[in-house]
Design a binder for this molecule. Structure first.
Ligand code: PEP
Length: 254
C-alpha cells in the first residue's frame, strides 16, 4: 500500500533566505510524521540549495518543468538529466499555468512526460478543466484528452510510472476548492479510464488533487477513496500550513 503523497509547488517564489527559514521550521516536525511522502518543487535555480538543506530528511525534491529535449541549442531550457544531476526525484509536467501562459499543448506535455521518464524522473502529470469547460459539461472530455495524449506517447505501463494530479484550473490559486465530491468524481473517472486499459496500473497510480488545498480542507479531500494526496501551491509556502496538510496525509494509507 502506497503512502499518500503531498507535493508543494512553490512556483516563482522564494529566496535563499526564505528557503532556509522555511526548512528550519519544517524539518523537525516533519520527522514526527509517518506514512506520508512529501516533496517540494522550488524554482530550478534553488534546487542545489534545497538539495543541501534536505539531505538526510525524508523530503524529495521536484522541479516545476523540464525540456522535452535531452541537450543542445535550447537557450534557457533545463533537461531531465540536469534535474537528476541536482537530486530531483519528481518533475511537474503540464501544470495549467504552463499550458495557459506558455502555450504548452497536450502533445508537448506528453513529450515532456516521456523525457522525464527517460531521465529517471517521476513525472507528475497535471490535468484539469477551466471554469468555462466545466460549465459546458466538458470536464471529463478535457481530462480524457490530456490523459490520452500521454497514453498515446508512452503507453499505459509508462503512464503508471508517473503520478497524476487533477487540478481544476478554476480552483488553482483562487481560494475556491473543488468540493470533495467534485474532486472524487473526476479522480474516480481518471482511475476508471486507466482501468479500461490496465486495472493494475489504475490501482497503483497515485492521483493527487490540487486547487486551493489548505490545512482545513485537506483531511476531507484526502479521505476520498480515489484521492491519494495533494499538489499544493500557495499553502506550501508557509511551513505551518504545509505541515498541517502533510499531517492530514497521514490519516489513511492507500
Ligand atoms: C498549484 O499551483 O498546483 C496549486 C494547486 O496552487 P494552489 O494550491 O495555490 O491553488
Amino acid at each position: 500500500m502506497a503512502n499518500k503523497l503531498v507535493i508543494g509547488n512553490w512556483k516563482m517564489n522564494g529566496s535563499r533566505q526564505s528557503n532556509t527559514e522555511f526548512l528550519s521550521k519544517f524539518l523537525a516536525p516533519l520527522d514526527q510524521l509517518e506514512n506520508v511522502d512529501v516533496a517540494v518543487c522550488p524554482p530550478a535555480i534553488y534546487l542545489e540549495q534545497l538539495a543541501g538543506l534536505v539531505v538526510q530528511s525524508p523530503i524529495h525534491l521536484g522541479a516545476q518543468n523540464l525540456s522535452e529535449s535531452e541537450q543542445g541549442a535550447f537557450t534557457g531550457e533545463i533537461s531531465g538529466s540536469m534535474l537528476r544531476d541536482f537530486g530531483c526525484h519528481y518533475v511537474l509536467v503540464g501544470h495549467s499555468e504552463r499550458r495557459s501562459l506558455n502555450g504548452e499543448t497536450n502533445a508537448l506535455v506528453a513529450a515532456k512526460f516521456k523525457a522525464a521518464l527517460n531521465a529517471g524522473l517521476t513525472p507528475v502529470l497535471c490535468v484539469g478543466e477551466t471554469l468555462d469547460q466545466r460549465h459546458d459539461g466538458e470536464t471529463l472530455n478535457v481530462v480524457n484528452d490530456q490523459l490520452q495524449a500521454v497514453l498515446d506517447a508512452v503507453g499505459v505501463q509508462e503512464l503508471g510510472k508517473g503520478v497524476i494530479a487533477y487540478e481544476p484550473v478554476w480552483a488553482i490559486g483562487t481560494g475556491e476548492t473543488a468540493t470533495p465530491q467534485q474532486a472524487q468524481e473526476v479522480h474516480q473517472h481518471i482511475r476508471r479510464y486507466i482501468a479500461e486499459i490496465s486495472p493494475e496500473v489504475a490501482r497503483t497510480t497515485r492521483i493527487l488533487y490540487g486547487g486551493s488545498v489548505k490545512g482545513d480542507n485537506a483531511a476531507e479531500l484526502f479521505s476520498q477513496p480515489d484521492i491519494d494526496g495533494g499538489l499544493v501551491g500557495g499553502a506550501s509556502l508557509d511551513a505551518h500550513s504545509f505541515l498541517s496538510i502533510c499531517r492530514a496525509g497521514q490519516s489513511r494509507q492507500l
